[in-house]
Design a protein around this ligand. Structure first.
Ligand code: B12
Ligand code: SF4
Ligand code: SF4
Length: 271
């Protein structure tokens, strides 16, 4: 895709290694299968106290508990195969593509994957295993049936990253691509202030999708930041013990100091 000019150069440079360069883990040279697991996850809602107000912000599914999800998936796999004992070694691979080509999920036009019941509200994780599957379900990429006629995500996308004339999104326009970068990268002028809707990432295309209608309000309240902590995050210049302590607190809600103060500032300005 990159050699055909379909993928932005900077995006390709940043993500090619490790995600698009599959390598077999050295700890399992005799791997026979790749097992992909989808773990349902809600949106997190976290609170910042600012100027005597409580400002609630969203953290999309997927950002919190990454290690916990992998740990839980491995635990469930081990349990499912008992009394036989197989290895499950985490595989760093393009997991949406694997989930779709193995029949676990389908692609939406927004390029996110969907599973029954939980829609796009899931985290994907993959493992190399020495278990040899008797079945081979490998298939072509498949889109959700409604995508043939629906345009909801195209209309909802605040940066025109999802386009009518191609299935592959314009990643370099995706708000998530821009707001996951370190805070020293300012948002381009063409990003409207009203586009920002989550403290990191973006929920617009998922919220608009009919396949997410049963889960769209599924959220968990987690984390609260005092006026003093909010002021600290808005100041920037994070160093020493205070920064380490704050990093730990942010991790619990799936966040990281690197996106502050930029991402919080745009949400508070909007308020
Ligand atoms: C790089 C990356 C990003 C980049 C680029 C996203 C992208 N679309 O490529 C950025 C930073 C922008 C990003 C954003 C987000 N990401 Co991200 N990201 C990844 C990562 C590391 C690799 C994805 C990848 O392989 N991209 C390369 C492109 C080329 O592959 P692709 O998106 O699968 O594209 C396919 C389709 O276009 C399809 N296709 C092309 N033409 C056609 C035609 C037809 C008919 C069909 C059916 C298909 C089809 O083929 C392409 C692949 O061959 C994965 C983790 C991992 N290890 O895989 C997480 C991952 C994909 N991200 C994830 C999430 C949740 C997100 C966000 C939703 C977060 C958020 N709420 O803000 C957004 C969604 C943005 C979007 N609309 O895609 C989850 C997805 C879970 C899910 N339910 O799908 C993943 C899997 C992380 C995880 N472990 O769960 N992400
Ligand atoms: S909003 Fe519509 S077009 Fe977009 S992924 Fe969902 S069903 Fe497909
Ligand atoms: S995550 Fe947001 S910016 Fe990216 S494609 Fe979806 S709606 Fe557009």
């Amino acid at each position: 895709m990159h050699s055909e000019g379909l993928l932005d150069d900077e995006f390709y440079r940043d993500f090619a290694d490790p995600y698009f360069t599959p390598r077999l883990s050295k700890s399992i040279p005799n791997a026979k299968s790749i097992i992909v697991v989808a773990v349902p996850q809600p949106i997190l809602r976290t609170t910042f106290h600012w100027e005597s107000r409580k400002v609630q912000v969203f953290v999309p599914p997927n950002y919190p508990d990454a290690h916990k999800v992998t740990w839980r998936a491995r635990h469930e796999l081990k349990r499912a195969f008992r009394p036989r004992q197989y290895k499950f070694v985490r595989a760093v691979l393009p997991v949406k593509l694997l989930a779709v080509k193995s029949g676990l999920a389908k692609y939406g036009r927004n390029n996110i994957t969907y599973i029954p019941k939980y829609g796009s509200f899931h985290r994907l994780t993959a493992f190399f295993s020495d278990y040899e599957s008797p079945n081979d379900n490998w298939r072509d990429k498949e889109a959700l049936p409604l995508c043939a006629k629906c345009r909801a995500c195209i209309n909802a996308c605040p940066t025109s990253a999802i386009q009518k004339d191609r299935f592959l999104i314009r990643v370099e326009r995706c708000l998530t691509y821009l707001n996951e970068k370190e805070a020293k990268h300012v948002f381009p002028k063409w990003v409207d202030a009203s586009a920002h809707n989550s403290i990191v990432g973006c929920m617009r295309c998922q919220r608009a999708c009919p396949y997410d209608k049963d889960v769209v309000d599924w959220h968990e309240d987690r984390g609260e930041f005092s006026e003093e902590e909010t002021a600290y995050l808005l100041r920037g210049r994070f160093r020493g013990d205070k920064a380490a302590e704050m990093q730990k607190k942010l991790k619990r809600v799936g966040l990281d100091l690197s996106i502050f103060p930029r991402n919080l500032k745009v949400l508070l300005d909007r308020e």
